[in-house]
Design a protein around this ligand. Sequence first.
Ligand SMILES: *[C@@H]1O[C@H](CO)[C@@H](O)[C@H](O)[C@H]1NC(C)=O
Ligand SMILES: *[C@@H]1O[C@H](CO)[C@@H](O)[C@H](O)[C@H]1NC(C)=O
Ligand SMILES: *[C@@H]1O[C@H](CO)[C@@H](O)[C@H](O)[C@H]1NC(C)=O
Length: 179
Amino acid sequence: MATITLGYMPLFVLLYLLIFIQSSSSNDLVNKVCVYNDDPTYCTAILNSDGRTPNADLTGLGEISIDLGLVLATNISNEIIWKNNSATNDPRLTQCFNTCFNWYDTAKDSLVNASDALSSKAYYNMQDYAGSAGQFGLWCEEAFKQPPPRQSPLTTENNNFYHLTQAMVVISDSLIRGF
Ligand SMILES: *[C@@H]1O[C@H](CO)[C@@H](O)[C@H](O)[C@H]1NC(C)=O
Ligand SMILES: *[C@@H]1O[C@H](CO)[C@@H](O)[C@H](O)[C@H]1NC(C)=O
Ligand SMILES: *[C@@H]1O[C@H](CO)[C@@H](O)[C@H](O)[C@H]1NC(C)=O
């Protein structure tokens, strides 16, 4: 006739339950978003890199993804300035870096607009702004392929940025329709 109380539960069972409960809500949502991503591994890693993710609902995850996108775009802009400084002997490369720098400036504007749209529950607008932000990252990559072409030194960065915006597009879609 033993009734199970918390006091009788071994500590490891309690810990397991706590971890299980904590991870089931957040990780489920991240996995649901990232399963649609071209790079699920990066998508999952970047979204889980934020301390707010474990307790975030879909709206929260939208804010987190946009915040991360703004940081990533800023990181990439800094990297462009840094790489451009050592490209002084190649005017064509400098041209690409200038183009990319401007695209990322516009991408940041677009993400700020996406964030405003999310705050006012304008999910279709959020989706448009997130989608065009990603497009600007792809155009940066494209700039290096224009003749005379140069090997892009920003392929990983551009891909990562694009994949993060893909997560935002899926999140806004889920806010509109549900999963
Ligand atoms: C931005 O750069 C900082 C410093 O290198 C790094 O710690 C951070 O993870 C980067 N953020 C993103 C979103 O990539
Ligand atoms: C890149 O370097 C050139 C000089 O070599 C400079 O005129 C240009 O403003 C720089 N662009 C960026 C984005 O830093
Ligand atoms: C952001 O929104 C403002 C105000 O509606 C608009 O003027 C601007 O063009 C938008 N920026 C981008 C990059 O979409």
